[in-house]
Design a protein around this ligand. Structure first.
Ligand code: GLU
Length: 306
């Protein structure tokens, strides 16, 4: 592929082609749970994939706690998560990273995007978006740009990315998934996504993209339910001049109806299993061998549309 001219957005960075990937024989991976609920088998599977892809290739495996959702995050679950991973026999490198310790970093990146003229304040509620939406995107009803170009009081507002401007500024982009191959980035499907939230300092998209760059993660592994989010993350990397990793979006554990495994549908949490005296390393071995409990299988999940 012919290299593009060095990007206006990443002065001093490596000349990047549309993919921008640096070769990384010894990958750095991470498991990034949100402590919004106890971990279940699906999390165990995701952690094992991240751990094994690093270890099998002589790389590093990091742990990041995504704890910035003030309404859902529960600090008391963090020690449980660490105990669950140890019980499964998964050792991470270095100290766990907490997103709550990085709020200044997210805010600074937000300011940079504002300075580029790419963010605008929006006061629409979820109900407003639902009422105004004419189409749906990967995350549900597609925000139609109601507040774009309007004089909205920024105090206490969310900030949305002007997707049209951002995509035009970044130019054509690609990303590479170890399973899906080279993918053309289509962040436009998401519309003007929220990057700085009202109730949390950053959205998942912004925080995770910055963290993966800051922690030098070179292989982002996660479930296929987050495959679509990568279109937005690839755009943010280009806008913020961040290094570009590879991705590995693995299949999800699903229940009989094809739906993603979720605690609320009754599967016991890892902590329940641990407390009941189950052997965590044996469970990890079974998951590695794709031997799952009755009614659970590996599938793409209904949300998956690569
Ligand atoms: N925190 C996200 C979750 O628990 C994972 C984010 C990611 O792997 O990028 O689903």
């Amino acid at each position: 592929m012919a290299p593009l001219a060095p990007s206006r957005l990443a002065p001093g960075g490596n000349p990047q082609d549309k993919r921008g990937v640096t070769e990384t024989p010894r990958p750095v991976t991470r498991f990034a749970p949100s402590p919004n609920g106890p971990l279940h088998l699906g999390h165990a599977y995701a952690a094992i994939v991240a751990h094994d892809l690093a270890r099998d290739r002589g790389g590093r495996f990091l742990l990041r706690i995504e704890d910035i959702d003030g309404t859902r995050s529960r600090a008391e679950l963090v020690p449980e998560i660490l105990a669950d991973l140890e019980w499964l026999g998964l050792e991470w490198d270095g100290a766990p990273v907490f997103q709550s310790a990085r709020l200044d970093r997210y805010a600074a990146a937000g300011e940079r995007l504002k300075a580029l003229g790419l963010l605008y304040p929006c006061r629409c509620t979820r109900a407003d978006v639902l009422a105004a939406a004419r189409d749906s995107g990967p995350d549900g009803p597609l925000y139609p740009g109601t507040c774009r170009g309007r004089d909205v009081d920024p105090a206490g507002a969310a900030w949305r990315l002007d997707m049209g401007r951002a995509a035009a500024l970044a130019g054509p982009l690609e990303w590479e998934d170890e399973l899906a191959g080279v993918v053309t980035a289509r962040p436009e499907r998401f519309g003007d996504v929220v990057l700085l939230r009202k109730e949390a300092p950053a959205s998942y998209h912004l925080a995770a993209t910055l963290d993966d760059a800051d922690d030098a993660v070179t292989l982002v592994t996660r479930g296929r339910d987050l495959y679509q989010a990568t279109h937005v993350h690839r755009l943010l990397q280009a806008l913020l001049g961040l290094p570009v990793p590879r991705w590995h979006h693995h299949d999800l554990l699903v229940e009989g109806d094809g739906r993603k495994l979720a605690k609320r549908r009754g599967s016991p949490s890892l902590a329940d299993r641990r407390r009941a005296g189950e052997d965590g390393r044996a469970l990890a071995g079974a998951l590695r061998a794709h031997r799952f409990p009755a009614g659970i299988s590996l599938g793409a999940g209904l949300e998956d549309v690569p």
